[in-house]
Design a protein around this ligand. Structure first.
Ligand SMILES: Nc1ncnc2c1ncn2[C@@H]1O[C@H](COP(=O)(O)OP(=O)(O)OP(=O)(O)O)[C@@H](O)[C@H]1O
Length: 575
């Protein structure tokens, strides 16, 4: 059960792979020499009447060989672990790169829990494959071969018995392996499903509690866990069965060799020294094959994990083409969206149809529309996470795709509706806006965002760890950290997704003041949900069904008595 893709990984780290092969060969040669010297010493002392001092040199050599065998085995294990470590690091890096290249939109099709499971558990399952299974395969290929050659030189009959019985073990292993592979895949699928579901439940715990559905989830998780434990048990059953079959075949084969040698000794058809040599080597011949059987499970879980890992690594994904134009320092930013249409690959209906408007420096544009109107799609196009199929987006008269994507994204400060806090200090969380910023600059940004006071009250102030497992913050405080990031980034285009959840009036006022400060002299696009924001906008773009219904100032749109007017009449706190 050698997976070609995993073997290719091993070849990338050829120095370790080669070392494993050499050490496997060394173990084989040591085993043969050990049997040779042991048989010489025993037959010399017991049959040829040699004294201890006559065999002293042989004994010393035997000790060196035994030491060499132990050391080779030990280094073999070490080399296997080192190879596994290098490959795991490499694969984890490539998986993360792929996920990052796919970006949040394409990557959204993956379940978070399943991805976490793949990055942690999946990669860890690769370890036993390289640390135990692959070295064992090398040892199994090399030791019996070395022994077979040396047995061939001394006793051809035993060699024939070994040659006939040895292939039985791999044949049984392949037969059992076919059965086990399916079960192991099932086990992995169960594990992925359980982790994915568990993650979803944790994320949606508040909703489940509020709707009184959390108890049902306990039952669902219990049922899924039971499925997983049943799948694990059936894999283990096969692993035990395979170990039993292999032990049986190895024992019967050893017995065959022993009986043959015993009979030939009885009829004086073989010398005692040769017979002892062959007898000592026979268990060593079968040992690697039996050990391979016990490592079979390690190999199997590695191959199952590889399926998922390469499934994601080889996923078709062609990143949109961007050019290499850069931006002049401190340039203003005029963004013209011209007849832009976009349809998601798996959808028949376009999410955006011939959308046009212009964002100007120093102006605030409010984008409004019902759920599913296409607001987030439009923002993703502006950020460069998606690329339109028709129309164009021009920045200062140049096609967006002509700029370098990284350069373009440096020109944007995004304040999402629910900002994400990373598991690092408050200062480093704010530094997401500019990783080179000094602490003084971070504090200034926090002050401008109205975050300084609450940060000062945190246990370790700017060093307080936030995010998963860190200090929890309120919705308003998280938003202010996100604003501080945007202040620090000081980018010419500001995209702000207004929170739909109501903050208390005091916090709302504080945030509004910070946002107003942040917007000064910038090109601003707000996905607006509050009437006060929309009223104060220089331009309102009303989006519905992926199309711009109308655009203009608050007063112009009121006079038109169109979609905006109708929305305002139905307004009940938020748009
Ligand atoms: N990743 C996606 N894959 C396929 N279709 C999508 C995807 N994201 C959004 N859509 C679809 O595109 C349309 C526009 O969605 P979009 O999220 O842009 O609307 P929205 O105005 O931002 O909605 P909301 O205010 O609820 O966030 C919807 O019909 C939605 O179902």
């Amino acid at each position: 059960m050698i997976d070609k893709r995993l073997l290719r990984e091993a070849r990338r780290h050829s120095q370790w792979f080669l070392l494993i092969i050499l050490l496997g060969l060394a173990v084989g040669i040591c085993a043969t020499l050990q049997a040779d010297y042991l048989s010489r010493i025993i037959s010399g002392v017991f049959l040829e009447g040699l004294r201890l001092q006559d065999v002293r040199d042989w004994l010393s050599i035997l000790l060196v060989i035994a030491g060499g065998r132990v050391l080779s085995g030990w280094f073999l294990e070490l080399a296997g672990h080192q190879l596994a470590f290098e490959i795991k690091r490499d694969l984890r890096q490539r998986l993360l790169d792929k996920i990052l290249r796919m970006g949040p939109v394409a990557g959204a099709s993956e379940q978070t829990g399943e991805l976490t499971n793949l990055l942690l558990e999946g990669i860890e399952n690769i370890e036993p494959y390289f640390a135990r299974y692959l070295p064992q395969v090398c040892v199994t290929a090399l030791i019996p071969l070395t022994i077979l050659v040396s047995v061939f030189l001394r006793d051809k009959i035993t060699m024939v018995i070994l040659l006939i019985t040895a292939p039985l073990i791999p044949v049984f292993m392949i037969l059992i392996g076919k059965l086990a592979e399916k079960k192991s895949k099932q086990q992995w699928e169960y594990l992925s499903r359980v982790s994915g579901h568990f993650f979803d439940v944790l994320e949606g715990l508040t909703t489940l509690k509020l709707f009184g559905r959390s108890r049902e989830q306990i039952k669902v998780i219990a049922a899924m866990s039971q499925g997983f434990s049943a799948a694990t048990l059936s894999v283990l059953k096969i692993a035990f069965l395979s170990a039993l079959v292999l032990e049986l075949v190895a024992t019967i084969s050893t017995a065959l060799v022993a009986v043959g040698i015993g009979l030939r000794l009885l009829y004086s058809q073989i010398y005692f020294k040769e017979a002892l040599f062959v007898l000592l080597l026979t268990p060593d011949f079968f040992l690697p094959l039996r050990q391979l059987g016990s490592q079979f499970h390690a190999g199997l879980s590695g191959v199952s994990a590889a399926e998922r890992i390469y499934g994601l690594l080889n996923r078709d994904f062609t990143p949109a083409k961007f050019g290499d134009r850069t931006f002049a320092e401190e340039a203003d930013c005029t963004v013209a969206v011209e007849a832009v249409s976009f349809c998601y690959p798996d959808r028949d209906k376009a999410a955006l149809k011939r959308v046009s408007f212009v964002l100007k420096p120093g102006e605030k544009t409010a984008l409004i529309g019902p759920s599913g109107a296409g607001k987030s799609t439009l923002v993703n196009l502006l950020i460069g996470f998606l690329v339109q199929q028709e129309g164009s987006i021009k920045v200062n008269g140049v096609r967006l795709q002509d700029f370098s994507l990284l350069e373009w994204q440096k020109q944007i400060a995004l304040v999402p509706q629910t900002p994400h806090l990373f598991c690092c200090s408050v200062a480093d969380n704010i530094r997401m806006g500019d990783e080179t910023a000094t602490l003084a600059a971070v504090v200034t940004a926090a002050q401008a965002a109205g975050a300084h006071d609450f940060i000062q009250a945190l246990p370790a102030r700017y060093d307080t760890i936030l995010g998963d497992g860190g200090q929890a913050l309120s919705g308003g405080e998280v938003k202010r950290i996100a604003l501080a990031r945007a202040f620090l980034k000081n980018a010419p285009l500001l995209i702000l997704d207004e929170a739909t959840t109501g903050l208390d009036p005091y916090n709302e006022k504080l945030l509004d003041e910070s946002v107003d400060r942040l917007m000064q002299d910038k090109t601003v696009l707000i996905i607006a949900h509050r009437l006060s924001t929309v009223r104060s906008a220089d331009q309102i773009v009303v989006l519905a069904g992926g199309q711009v219904q109308e655009s203009g100032t608050h007063h112009e749109l009121i006079e038109q008595k169109g979609a905006y007017y109708t929305m305002l009449n139905g307004f009940q706190g938020s748009l």
